[in-house]
Design a binder for this molecule. Structure first.
Ligand SMILES: O=C(O)CCC(=O)C(=O)O
Ligand SMILES: [Fe+2]
Length: 290
């Protein structure tokens, strides 16, 4: 039992615990609101910097198309022979990876069930020819003309789809982020309707009302919250006048997409799909830029 001598200490203790309960109750309400406020501030800051500048672009038409549609294609970006050479350099390793017998030193990504495989760092020694794409000055200049601070490379890999009927995690409509993300897909082999061509909803990279929930969902809960059902994507298309386009192409073609917009892959019906991918993100601090 507490004696009267302890009274001041008791009061102090009660006051402290009251204080703690007040701050923790306050935190319960305050923290999500602060998080949301910071997110909106960062998003506003990001969008203010997102300013395509045709004057800095290596090709005005390409930049104008990306700014308008969120996606552009450059046919025969590199000669088909270069694409074939890169294909010859990387395919044996990817086939080994798909057959579960790759023993090389490179970092890998494997989605075994749907048949999606990636190899990173191929330009170091496996495929010197791939540097013609990964270290391409045109692409670097194009990325820098997309937004005021310019952009840098965040990721580069070779991407291999090898299982007919496989549904990897990219075949649903989705956005990659609420931030500008510019992915360059360089085709190493011809891609027909049956070889899982890339799909993009043109104009969906813009800041419009439909994306508010999706952007916050991504920020708050990550990738799983950035997926749209086909009927949701259709509704957005109709209401905002977006158009779904499918990007088939030939070895040597390049598809450039702002993957802030709605896009998806496709189920492979026949053969394989082999491409190089390079991801560019905005220069600046993580919370508002890259
Ligand atoms: O596989 C595809 O064509 C889509 C890939 C995709 O969604 C991505 O790279 O962000
Ligand atoms: Fe994606």
């Amino acid at each position: 039992m507490e004696s009267s001598r302890d009274y001041p200490r008791l009061v102090l203790r009660r006051l402290r615990s009251y204080g703690r309960s007040v701050t923790s109750r306050h935190r319960g309400y305050g923290e999500p609101a602060t998080r949301r406020y910071r997110y909106h501030q960062n998003k506003r800051r990001h969008l203010r910097l997102y300013e395509p500048d045709a004057g800095r672009a290596p090709d005005r038409d390409v930049l104008t198309t990306i700014a308008k549609d969120g996606v552009a294609v450059i046919r025969e970006f590199l000669p088909a022979d270069v694409a074939k050479q890169i294909d010859a350099e990387v395919r044996p390793s990817l086939e080994a990876l798909a057959a579960n017998r790759y023993e090389g030193p490179l970092r890998t990504m494997i989605e075994e069930e749907p048949g999606l495989y990636r190899l990173y760092g191929i330009e170091e020694s496996l495929s010197p020819s791939s540097r013609a794409f990964f270290d391409n000055a045109f692409l670097a200049d194009l990325a820098n003309s997309m937004c005021r601070p310019g952009m840098h490379i965040r990721d580069r890999y070779v991407d291999y789809k090898a299982k007919s009927g496989g549904r990897d995690k990219n075949v649903d409509y989705h956005i990659d982020h609420w931030k500008l993300r510019f992915k360059a897909f360089f085709l190493l082999e011809d891609v027909t309707e049956d070889q899982a061509p890339f799909v993009y909803l043109t104009g969906s990279h813009r800041e419009q009302r439909w994306r508010r929930g999706l952007d916050w969902g991504y920020q708050h809960r990550g990738e799983e919250a950035s997926i749209l059902r086909p009927d949701e994507a259709r509704k957005i298309c109709m209401r905002y006048g977006l158009e779904e386009r499918t990007y088939t192409g030939k070895a040597g073609d390049l598809i450039i997409a702002d993957t802030r917009g709605i896009h998806r892959g496709n189920v492979l019906k026949t053969g394989t799909r082999l491409q190089l991918v390079q991801l560019y993100v905005m220069n600046g601090a993580e919370e508002y830029a890259c």
